[in-house]
Design a protein around this ligand. Structure first.
Ligand SMILES: Cc1cc2nc3c(=O)[nH]c(=O)nc-3n(C[C@H](O)[C@H](O)[C@H](O)COP(=O)(O)OP(=O)(O)OC[C@H]3O[C@@H](n4cnc5c(N)ncnc54)[C@H](O)[C@@H]3O)c2cc1C
Ligand code: SF4
Length: 472
């Protein structure tokens, strides 16, 4: 505990981020770092509680009090070792984790929590800057090989951990670049893509082979996974979008959010406006009246991209009633995450949210393209439509962001993998119904978080390692 009275003497300061008016002019990172002196003061607010609820709140079980203490004493080198002990990619979580650990911080009961996420990001960025993160290939190879299908955070973490144990790891990724949703869903202004590339370069130097543009089931026969490798990890995410089942959903100008986000991320990567891929012009919000249906992370990312493209207007429609703005200062619910407005960053940049509304139809303009959205207000308790509350919003682009139903079935069927009641891969202990095939991440648990996916990949790697040892 760096400062015994730190939590009494030091106030939490806001995590620095670029001005919303300025940042919508580009796709650069929103989040910034505090100066070292302030970070040390903030780390010193940690009370080193006997039971560190924060550590329990973090899906990775990050050793939070330990590195808060080290940062408060300026011992950054040891702090990165502690951080890497439980988290392979602290730069990913440092930028985009919603920080359930902070909700579980004991200080949250009657004060502001320790700025755990900012401290985490600062430790890892300092380590990159100092050159402390270098390739550490395994000293000995096991002679066993593993294919990891999918390069999202679950696949990356499984690959890193299996390689560390000496197995030869090949990542097979159908996209043109690795990172999964962190590359093609999350926009650059939340996570610039060189941050993923920087880590991938270290992983490559540690001996992991990455093969992009390889779709297992199309470019590689799924049967070859077991013929060419001793084991395989399926980490293909849960990408099937929940459909909007209302009249007019088939109109031009109505798109799934992920299609728009893939296009935007590719356009930003290409440094292009008016970008075209495979002869298809990108979905663009420029100059359009945009309505986003749904109000989660995906919706926020659509809104923020539309702001940057120069949309004429951006409106978000949410079926749920507006949640309370934060946790009331009492013990109810603690240390669980309270219901909060989930899209602050995009709304701070502009646009409007309308809560407690249901979209009932999309109307065509005269050329089969969407021209307006019909919606109705709903009862906050029953969510039933309230009579006489119908309204129409003009719209040239409607983005559907109402969640995901599960993983794509084709590869899973080809591999003969059983599903659970929610349509995800049944893989208790990460072991699937097919011998030698393991599963981790969103494909196993449904759409989740990057921190959870990293945890899944790490735990799955342990199961694969045990299997390989046993079958050796
Ligand atoms: C728009 C959006 C924003 C998000 N923002 C956040 C956020 O701010 N913070 C946060 O913590 N989480 C966020 N998430 C959630 C987080 O990104 C995911 O939970 C996480 O990426 C899941 O990791 P994964 O490795 O299981 O799957 P994915 O990241 O989905 O990766 C799966 C990979 O498998 C590949 N693949 C699929 N099929 C095949 C095949 N047959 N052959 C080869 N490759 C294949 C895919 O191309 C993909 O690269 C967001 C999600 C979305 C959709
Ligand atoms: S990974 Fe997320 S939950 Fe864990 S310590 Fe970091 S910010 Fe908190």
């Amino acid at each position: 505990m760096g400062r015994v009275r730190g939590f009494l003497e030091v106030r939490r300061v806001p995590a620095p981020e670029r001005d919303p008016r300025e940042r919508t002019a580009d796709y650069g990172e929103i989040f910034e770092l505090l100066p070292e002196e302030e970070l040390r003061r903030q780390g010193g607010r940690c009370m080193d509680c006997g039971i560190p609820f924060c550590q329990d709140g973090c899906p990775l079980g990050n050793l939070i009090p330990d590195w808060n203490d080290l940062v408060s004493r300026g011992r950054w080198r040891e702090a990165i070792d502690q951080l890497h002990a439980t988290n392979d990619f602290p730069e990913l979580t440092g930028y985009i984790c919603p920080a359930p650990c902070e909700d579980a911080c004991v200080l949250e009961i009657n004060d502001d929590p320790v700025m755990i996420k900012q401290v985490e990001l600062s430790i890892v960025e300092r380590a990159w800057e100092e050159g402390w993160i270098v390739p550490r290939p395994p000293q000995r190879r096991s002679g066993r090989s593993v294919a990891v299908v999918g390069s999202g955070p679950a696949g990356m973490a499984a690959a890193a951990q299996l390689n560390r144990r000496g197995h030869r790891v090949t990542i097979l990724e159908r996209d043109e670049a690795a990172g999964g949703l962190n590359r093609f869903g999350v926009p650059d202004h939340k996570l610039e893509k060189w941050i993923i590339d920087r880590r991938l370069a270290v992983m490559a130097d540690e001996g992991i082979e990455l093969r992009c543009g390889v779709e297992v089931g199309r470019d590689l026969d799924p049967g070859e996974l077991r013929e060419r490798f001793d084991a395989a990890v399926v980490a293909v995410g849960a990408r099937v979008a929940r459909p909007l089942e209302i009249p007019g959903a088939e109109l031009g100008g109505v798109h799934y959010a992920m299609d728009y986000l893939y296009d935007r991320n590719r356009a930003v990567a290409a440094g292009a406006n008016g970008w075209v891929r495979n002869g298809r012009p990108e979905i663009s919000a420029a100059g359009r009246r945009v309505v986003v249906v749904g109000a989660g992370d995906t919706s926020a990312d659509c809104m923020s991209n539309a702001h940057r493209e120069g949309a004429a207007s951006v409106t978000q429609l949410d079926t749920y009633p507006e949640p309370a703005g934060g946790r009331p200062r009492d013990l109810a619910g603690w240390p669980r995450t309270p219901k909060r407005l989930p899209t602050n960053y995009a709304l701070e940049e502009g646009g409007e949210r309308r809560s407690g509304v249901a979209v009932v139809a999309l109307n065509a303009h005269d050329d089969d393209c969407v021209g307006s959205v019909e919606a109705v207000e709903t009862d906050p308790e029953t969510r039933e439509p309230l009579s006489g509350t119908g309204f129409t919003l003009p719209a040239d682009l409607v983005l559907v962001a109402i969640g995901f139903t599960g993983p794509e079935p084709a590869l899973l069927d080809a591999l003969g993998l059983e599903r659970d009641g929610r349509g995800n891969v049944r893989a208790e202990g990460y072991t699937t119904s097919a011998a030698g095939i393991f599963c981790a991440g969103d494909a196993r648990i449904g759409q989740s978080l990057t921190v959870t996916a990293i945890d899944e990949g790490r735990r799955c790697a342990r199961a694969v390692d045990r299997y390989l040892e046993g079958s050796g």
